[in-house]
Design a protein. Structure first.
Length: 314
């Protein structure tokens, strides 16, 4: 069976108000998902994300802060708002969003601002907004926090954020220290644990998950080597229990699953062979508990695919 050609449309910030690529479902669809996958909407991971969304019956609009850009400095939420407006005016009756890691946080914030989003997948997301950071190379550091900047902004103002307790270059040195001999390709839990210890979160910097509409999935693992995903999900669960909300939410905290709690079949598209081997190289938990991590990814795949199917039919 020959594969149908996927129609693509490209968007630029100056012209369209956001940077992204629309991957139209070759089988036809009237619902769309905004996918925040990696640092460019045209890179390999974004294409795999779009393919997985197509397999599950929706159109995919992959967006990122900029071309090959993994820095997060006052990234305007208006860009997601513009993307939603475009999707609505181009035949999509429903809009969902999904993101993992820093983009998981972005997804939750966007869903809390824009009621048009009615299905949200927040993978390894924090329950608070972080200080802005840049990635690249500076004084031998691959990442550094930006003083006075948030990861996100709205109407020209940075959102309230949790400041990192470490400044450049100590921030990156701490990551290197924690990573050394850990068996993980990178570990950064100390940045978050120490910053939370240094000062309590303010209510302003917490994500208002109670404003999210429709259905919400909060997904993470307790063996996450980047930050305490499990703890953040439990806090969001508590927050939702204490506040009036209309969304139906599913908190999923797995014992094993690493930071890559992506659907198994999405990762298999990226790595048809040797997935477990690669995961073992990146994460110690995947080396120690390969079968448990795989079972987690399979469970996530099953649950999210079922949620998409149900959402489309509603």
């Amino acid at each position: 069976m020959e594969e149908k050609v996927v129609k693509k449309q490209f968007f630029e910030i100056e012209k369209d108000g956001f940077y992204g690529t629309y991957y139209e479902n070759p089988n036809g669809a009237d619902c769309a998902f905004i996918g925040l996958f990696g640092d460019d909407p045209n890179d390999f991971m974004a294409k795999c994300g779009a393919k997985w969304l197509h397999k599950n019956g929706v159109n995919a609009l992959c967006i990122s802060p900029g071309k090959k850009n993994y820095s997060h400095v006052n990234n305007p939420l208006e860009r997601i708002e513009s993307a939603i407006a475009w999707l609505k005016s181009h035949g999509n009756r429903k809009i969902g969003i999904m993101g993992m890691s820093t983009a998981g946080m972005d997804s939750l914030v966007a869903a809390s601002y824009f009621p048009d989003i009615t299905l949200t997948f927040g993978l390894t997301a924090s329950d608070f907004v972080w200080q802005g950071f840049e990635q690249g190379n500076k004084d031998g550091c691959k990442e550094w926090p930006i003083p006075g900047a948030s990861t996100l902004s709205w109407r020209g103002e940075p959102l309230a954020y949790m400041p990192f307790v470490y400044e450049h270059p100590v921030y990156w040195q701490k990551i290197e220290e924690e990573t050394k001999g850990s068996g993980d390709i990178e570990r950064s839990t100390c940045l978050f644990i120490d910053s939370e210890k240094a000062r309590e979160h303010t209510e302003e910097e917490m994500i208002k998950v109670e404003n999210i509409r429709g259905k919400l999935f909060l997904i993470g693992a307790d063996d996450d080597s980047f930050w305490e995903a499990g703890k953040y999900i439990r806090r969001m669960d508590q927050r939702l229990k204490e506040r009036p909300h209309t969304c139906e939410y599913v908190p999923l905290v797995y014992e094993h699953g690493t930071h890559f709690v992506l659907p198994e079949s999405m990762l298999r598209m990226a790595l048809p062979v040797g997935l477990k081997f690669v995961m073992k190289f990146i994460f110690k938990a995947a080396k120690d508990y390969p079968n448990e991590c795989e079972a987690t990814r399979k469970d996530i795949d099953r649950r999210l695919s079922a949620a998409l199917k149900e959402w489309i039919q509603e």
